[in-house]
Design a protein around this ligand. Structure first.
Ligand SMILES: Nc1ncnc2c1ncn2[C@@H]1O[C@H](COP(=O)(O)OP(=O)(O)O)[C@@H](O)[C@H]1O
Ligand SMILES: O=C(O)[C@@H](O)C(=O)COP(=O)(O)O
Length: 415
């Protein structure tokens, strides 16, 4: 196996899996750490964890278990996948996980590269931008679980991890892969452990992919994954994606993301399809019973556009809810969607279109899927995926990905 990815959430995992396929590597996505005897025949394996917002010790333990599984299969490179907006808790999970993976792999240097220019995430002089805004001025300021209020990757990393962080700037990346390798080597000699990589274009990602393809451990978003896949596959054409193509059959939209883009997507879609707004108080009162009620409503809707159940809230509404109930509200919403999803699968829904990383994790776990074949991309970073062991197709949309028409776009991709 050429690349083993340890992804800290489910949308992030499908995101990088889609880009590895597009970069020419056969790829399988696994849900959680597979059993010791699980057989996978692919050049890249992506293990989906739900560790982004867990206490750091749990995130470390889950990531090390994933590492053991991948190393037992002779994986040449380990890829720690986190969000292109560097989502992490105040105490930080990205740093502690990177440190634990470095120790286990016996390496003293890694790279930090969340950039994904095709979706507006660029890194310049070590600062992360979302579109034209610094991360700290973007909608990520108001994320329900991991609000991001600093844009300096160097400061964020040094705050979370065990050593010094350096930079390969865009001017160096422009000089090509060898210049990048030389700069990383010089920083290492100076005792730097983590090297932020500037990238503001796909050309930068291609250079960086070539430069770091031989490192034991790399960390980043899906953009660097694409660059590495292109480098190690020799730029082969993307594999056929038939195994992951969406099934036919009834669909549902489940939206639990409160991102700026998801708010727009939900507003657009509610004009076109039956929509039910989730009542957070009822989630808190009895998530299982309320989830079953939501599923009943979905199953009672006429054929046509997929019905939508949504908890998506704008920042003002979210502040109000969190002021009243704290973090319990988000967990209750996730449990409600999980209960609804299990009931919907029993009721014959075959296609689940889910918005939100944590939300996608809860829904996928409730559907008890063990792995996915990767299908065609609906939008950059959001492929359809098909369960390997059940007749279910899922589109797991990262909070801020996709066009305003994403929910209809997904339904228009044909099997
Ligand atoms: N109305 C709401 N009130 C409180 N929490 C909510 C509400 N709607 C969604 N959430 C929670 O917000 C979190 C959104 O995170 P996530 O699903 O990862 O979305 P994103 O991909 O945008 O980060 C989830 O835990 C979800 O349950
Ligand atoms: O890198 C990204 O932006 C995504 O792959 C990702 O991790 C998204 O997380 P959510 O926005 O929480 O869905």
């Amino acid at each position: 196996m050429k690349i083993g990815v340890i992804a800290d959430d489910f949308t992030g995992a499908t995101d990088i899996a889609g880009f590895l396929v597009a970069g020419g590597l056969t790829t399988t996505q696994m849900i959680g750490v597979p059993d010791a005897d699980a057989q996978v025949d692919a050049e890249a394996v992506v293990i989906s964890l739900k560790s982004r917002s867990n206490p750091a010790a749990e995130a470390v333990a889950d990531s090390l278990a994933a590492l053991d599984w991948l190393r037992a299969r002779g994986c040449a490179q380990i890829y720690q996948k986190y969000c292109s907006t560097f989502d992490s808790t105040a105490a930080g999970n990205i740093g502690p996980v990177a440190d634990a993976l470095m120790a286990a792999l016996g390496t003293d240097i890694t790279v930090i590269c969340p950039a994904l220019p095709v979706n507006g995430r660029s890194v310049y002089l070590g600062h992360l931008f979302v579109g034209q805004d610094l991360l700290q001025d973007s909608g990520m300021r108001d994320h329900p679980i991991t609000p991001m209020r600093d844009s300096s990757l160097i400061r964020l990393m040094e705050g979370q991890a065990q050593g010094r962080c350096g930079l390969v700037d865009a001017a160096t990346v422009d000089q090509g892969p060898q210049a990048v390798r030389d700069r990383i080597a010089a920083l290492r000699t100076d005792g730097v452990r983590y090297v932020v990589l500037d990238a503001i274009s796909d050309a930068h990602l291609a250079t960086l992919g070539q430069a770091v393809a031989d490192m034991a451990l790399v960390t980043g978003g899906s953009g660097l994954g694409y660059g590495i896949a292109r480098a190690v596959s020799g730029g082969a054409d993307a594999q056929a994606q038939d195994a992951g193509a969406p099934l036919a059959g009834p669909a549902v939209v489940i939206s639990g993301s409160c991102s700026v883009m998801t708010n727009r997507q939900v507003a657009a879609y509610r004009e076109q399809a039956p929509t039910l707004d989730v009542d957070v108080n009822r989630c808190l009162a009895d998530a299982d019973a309320y989830g079953a009620k939501l599923a009943e409503w979905v199953l009672a809707q006429p054929q046509g556009r997929a019905p939508m159940i949504t908890a998506t809230a704008d920042p003002a509404r979210l502040r109000e809810i969190q002021g009243q109930h704290g973090a319990a509200a988000s967990e209750a919403v996730e449990r409600t969607f999980a209960a609804a999803a299990a009931r919907l699968a029993e009721g014959g829904i075959t296609r689940f279109i889910v918005a939100g990383g944590e939300t996608s994790g809860s829904v996928t776990q409730a559907l008890k899927v063990t792995g996915f074949a990767i299908g065609p991309q609906i939008a950059p970073g959001v492929p359809w995926v098909r369960a390997v062991d059940k007749p279910l197709s899922l589109a797991l949309k990262s909070g801020n990905f996709g066009a305003e028409t994403f929910f209809t776009d997904a339904q228009e991709v044909r099997a």
